[in-house]
Ligand binder design. Structure first.
Ligand code: SAH
Length: 356
C-alpha cells in the first residue's frame, strides 16, 4: 500500500506503522493527503468527516473516490470500541473502551443541566500509587496517544448525541507524565472538536518542573493540582511521589505558574475522615495558600476496596469549608457523581474490565 504515515507515527504492531489520524490538525491532514497525491482541500474534508461526522472508517468517506477509499480502508482513524457501558442512577455513564492493542481505559460522561462533561484518562493505569486511589492499585501499563484521548470525547459525544461542553483530565493516569500527548489532545479538543480552552481542566498530582513547563505554553485551560494535605508529613503518607517532590517545591512551582499565566490554580483536596479533615488542617491549608490566586475544591473521599479510609460526614465537611471561608480562601465541595457505577474520582480501575 502506498500510504505514507503522518509525523510521529504510533507503532501498533511490529509489522505495521499506522498513522494516528485522530488528533491531527487540518494542516497536518492536508499535508498528509498531499503526500498521497491528493489535492490539499481533501485534508479539510478528511478533518470534517473525522471530527464532525465522527466517521469510523476512511472507507466510508463518500466524497472520496472509490479507488482512494479502497486504498485507505486499512488505515485506522484511531477510534476505540465500547467494551462495556454502565449508567449510574444520576445518569453518569461509565465506559470501558477497548484500544487498538486490546488495552482498556475508562471514560466517564457526566451530564448536568446544560453541560456534558467528559472525564478522560491519559494513561492505561497509573504509576503514582496514591494511597486512596483505585487506579494506582492496578499498576501502570502505558501512556495514551493523543488520538486515544480525543477518541474518548468523541465516543461520549456520539453516545449521548449531544455536544461535549467540558473535558476534565481526571480519569486514569497522571497527565503530566504524558505531557506531549496531553498537549496534543488539548490542541485538538480545542481547535478540531471545538471545545473552549477554558472548558478544559488538566489535573495533576504534581511532577517536578512540568507545571512550570506547562505555564510556558500560555494556555487558557484550568490547572488543577491534587494537594490533599497541608503539610509534607501528611502528604508523603498519602502520595508516594511527595517524598521526592516536597510540598514546598510543588507550591513554589504553582506560584510561578500563576505569575506566568495570570490564571488561578484549583487545588483539589480529598477529605479523609480523621486524617486530613480536622480544623488544624484547614487552618494550615489556609496559611499555605495565602497570597496567590487559587481556589480549593474539596472532594469527600469515595470509598475503594483496598483501604479503609472514611468519608467525613456533612457537618465535618461544612466546618472545614467554614474555616477556609473565614480565612478568605475560595472553596467549593465536589460531591462526586457516578459513585454507584464505580465511576467517581479515584474509583476507576482497568481491572473492572474483567467484570463486564
Ligand atoms: N493523576 C491526576 C488525575 C487523576 S484523579 C491527579 O492526581 O490529579 C482526579 C482526582 O481524584 C485527583 O484529585 C485524585 O486525587 C482524586 N481521587 C483519587 N482517588 C480518590 C478517591 N478515592 N476519592 C475521591 N477522590 C479521589
Amino acid at each position: 500500500m502506498s500510504v505514507t504515515p503522518l509525523t510521529s507515527p504510533i507503532n501498533i504492531s511490529q509489522e505495521t506503522t499506522i498513522p494516528p489520524l485522530l488528533g491531527a490538525s487540518v494542516a497536518e491532514l492536508s499535508a498528509w493527503v498531499q503526500q498521497q497525491g491528493q489535492p490539499t482541500y481533501r485534508g479539510k474534508q478528511l478533518h470534517e468527516w473525522i471530527y464532525q461526522k465522527g466517521v469510523r472508517s476512511l472507507a466510508d468517506i463518500s466524497v472520496f473516490s472509490k479507488q482512494w477509499r479502497a486504498e485507505l480502508a486499512e488505515i485506522p482513524i484511531g477510534r476505540s470500541t465500547i467494551h462495556y457501558r454502565s449508567v449510574a442512577p444520576d445518569d453518569t455513564v461509565k465506559y470501558l473502551l477497548q484500544l487498538a492493542d486490546g488495552q482498556i481505559v475508562e471514560t466517564v460522561g457526566i451530564p448536568t443541566d446544560k453541560r456534558l462533561t467528559v472525564c478522560v484518562s491519559t494513561q492505561v493505569g497509573c504509576p503514582m500509587a496514591c494511597d486512596f486511589c483505585a487506579t494506582g492499585k492496578g499498576g501502570y501499563k502505558r501512556n495514551l496517544g493523543r488520538h486515544e484521548i480525543v477518541d474518548q470525547v468523541l465516543t461520549v459525544q456520539e453516545d449521548f448525541q449531544q455536544r461535549v461542553s467540558h473535558v476534565v483530565f481526571m480519569g486514569m493516569g497522571e497527565p503530566l507524565l504524558n505531557t506531549d500527548n496531553v498537549l496534543g489532545a488539548v490542541r485538538s479538543l480545542n481547535q478540531d472538536v471545538g471545545i473552549g480552552q477554558r472548558s478544559l481542566t488538566v489535573s495533576t498530582v504534581g511532577i517536578r518542573d512540568r507545571i512550570r513547563q506547562l505555564a510556558q505554553h500560555h494556555l487558557q485551560v484550568t490547572l488543577a493540582v491534587s494537594l490533599h494535605a497541608p503539610n509534607q508529613a501528611l502528604r508523603e503518607q498519602l502520595i508516594p511521589s511527595a517524598h521526592s517532590y516536597p510540598i514546598e517545591d510543588l507550591l513554589a512551582e504553582c506560584r510561578e505558574y500563576v505569575a506566568i499565566t495570570g490564571r488561578r490554580i484549583s487545588f483539589e483536596y480529598i477529605l479523609l475522615a480523621g486524617v486530613n479533615d480536622l480544623p488544624e488542617h484547614a487552618l494550615e491549608l489556609s496559611r499555605r495558600l495565602r497570597g496567590f490566586q487559587n481556589h480549593v475544591n474539596l472532594i469527600p473521599y469515595n470509598p475503594i476496596q483496598e483501604v479503609d479510609y472514611k468519608r467525613p460526614n456533612r457537618q465535618q465537611i461544612q466546618s472545614f469549608v467554614q474555616i477556609l471561608q473565614e480565612q478568605k480562601i475560595a472553596v467549593s465541595v465536589r460531591y462526586s457523581r457516578g459513585l454507584e457505577a464505580d465511576a467517581a474520582c479515584g474509583q476507576l480501575r482497568s481491572s473492572n474490565a474483567g467484570n463486564s
